[in-house]
Design a protein around this ligand. Structure first.
Ligand SMILES: Cc1ncc(COP(=O)(O)O)c(C=O)c1O
Length: 412
């Protein structure tokens, strides 16, 4: 517990500090906050630097981001392996369009709403990786197929295949379907071998579905620590998939699309039979991926840069070894997050709009008003909490991209 003496010692320091927050530059006094939203809408970024942004805010370092999408695109071309990046990580049409411009054959989605969003923005080759098992999802999949015949989705159950066939027949459309097969992650994927091939045959012989191939997401391999262990896990989790694809081809079924993979396993998946990659996190990276280790370093994964940070403000400093920030539960603060450049700091939750940073020794240089950059732990859930990415070139904001396919009634 903080003693009375400790408490006043810390506060005396704070009172002696400068009257202005350290990060507040001269333009914070004159910056026209009343015009902020209109300026953003007009893309008029004069004077909009990281210093004046409201916090917590998501900021993307454009140089690192562009390097990441180029690294992955270049890998795809050299391997070669097709790219169909997962958009649930960023939920941004602006980013998806950049990925397609760099050679992606389409995008992968987690929900029908994300699929509608991406297809509606003109992106062809959307692959939805969850089967439509509800009335809502079946009808919307059929309707999306009508509007966009390049849309594909997966199925791992004969019942769902029959429901889709019935609805597609009624709507007079032909749906493009891939069989989702088990790749180590128990949440989805039909058993490999004959059960998967039987489902593939059922789809291929139907009138209103076209079999496109297979989807096999080896999600347990993606975050396995160390490159060697990850490769071993990938080999194990994709062994059954390879057998299934071979069996399917033997039966005359198409096996051209074998989609799967992740940021953690992108440079090994091709060796185990995948023909295209659904990697998503590589555009931004998060603290979980930083820790999985890479080919040349077992501790840190350096293939891609941490281009996304959450900018936060230190609001209170009243107790030893603790500051309070505005990065709380609503901003998806997690104890596994990391502070850029200050690995000795621990992130803690203190309430809906309150977070904190603690440290064992040192750390006294952090002051009220300081602005810090946080690497979040899980991109999918964090990006879901914010409305926009502020795109930064150094300290200057140069663009704003909306985060669109988020949760909410319209997104279900
Ligand atoms: C089906 C599917 N494919 C691909 C990915 C991409 O993984 P990552 O963001 O690790 O690259 C995910 C992520 O959870 C996923 O659920």
């Amino acid at each position: 517990m903080t003693s009375r003496r400790d408490f006043f010692a810390v506060n005396a320091g704070a009172l002696l500090a400068s009257a202005l927050p350290r990060a507040a530059s001269a333009n914070t006094k004159t910056f026209p906050y009343a015009e902020f939203e209109q300026r953003i809408a007009r893309k008029d970024f004069r004077d909009i630097t990281k210093d004046v942004l409201p916090t917590p805010s998501m900021v993307v370092d454009i140089d690192m981001f562009e390097k990441n999408i180029k690294t992955m695109a270049d890998y795809g071309k050299s391997a070669p392996i097709l790219m169909r990046p997962h958009v649930k990580v960023h939920k941004s049409v602006d980013i998806a369009k950049r990925q397609v411009a760099m050679g992606a054959v389409g995008v992968t989605t987690a929900t029908i709403a994300e699929s509608e969003l991406m297809s509606g923005a003109g992106i062809k080759g959307v692959l939805w990786t969850k089967q439509p098992a509800s009335h809502n999802n079946i009808i919307r999949s059929i309707n999306l197929t009508k509007r966009d015949p390049t849309f594909m989705f997966v199925v791992d159950s004969a019942n769902v295949a029959d429901w889709v066939e019935e609805a597609a027949a009624a709507a007079k459309v032909k749906c493009r379907v891939a069989v989702s097969v088990f790749a180590g992650l128990k949440r989805q994927g039909i058993e490999n071998g004959q059960p998967a091939v039987n489902l593939a045959k059922r789809i291929a012989s139907s009138k209103h579905m076209k079999l496109e191939g297979f989807m096999a997401y080896s999600g347990d391999a993606s975050h396995t620590k160390t490159f060697a262990a990850r490769r071993k896990r990938t080999a194990m989790d994709l062994a059954g998939v390879q057998e299934t694809v071979a069996l399917a081809k033997k039966s005359g079924l198409p096996g051209d699309i074998v989609s799967g993979g992740s940021t953690g396993t992108y440079n090994m998946d091709k060796d185990f039979g995948l023909t295209e990659l659904e990697c998503g996190s590589y555009v931004f990276m998060d603290s979980a991926y930083q820790r999985v280790g890479g080919k040349s370093n077992d501790e840190v994964y350096t293939d891609f840069e941490n281009s996304l940070t959450v900018l936060v403000t230190v609001d209170h400093k009243l107790h030893p070894n603790l500051v309070t920030t505005d990065y709380g539960n609503k901003a998806m603060a997690k104890p596994t997050d990391m502070v850029k450049g200050m690995p000795w700091l621990n992130v803690i939750n203190q309430g809906a709009e309150y977070g904190g940073l603690t440290w064992k020794d040192g750390g006294g240089e952090i002051k009220v008003g300081d602005r810090l950059d946080i690497y979040c732990s899980n991109l999918d859930t964090s990006t879901n909490c914010y409305d926009r990415y502020y795109i930064a070139k150094g300290n200057q904001i140069v663009d704003v991209w909306p985060i669109m396919g988020r949760s909410g009634a319209a997104q279900r």
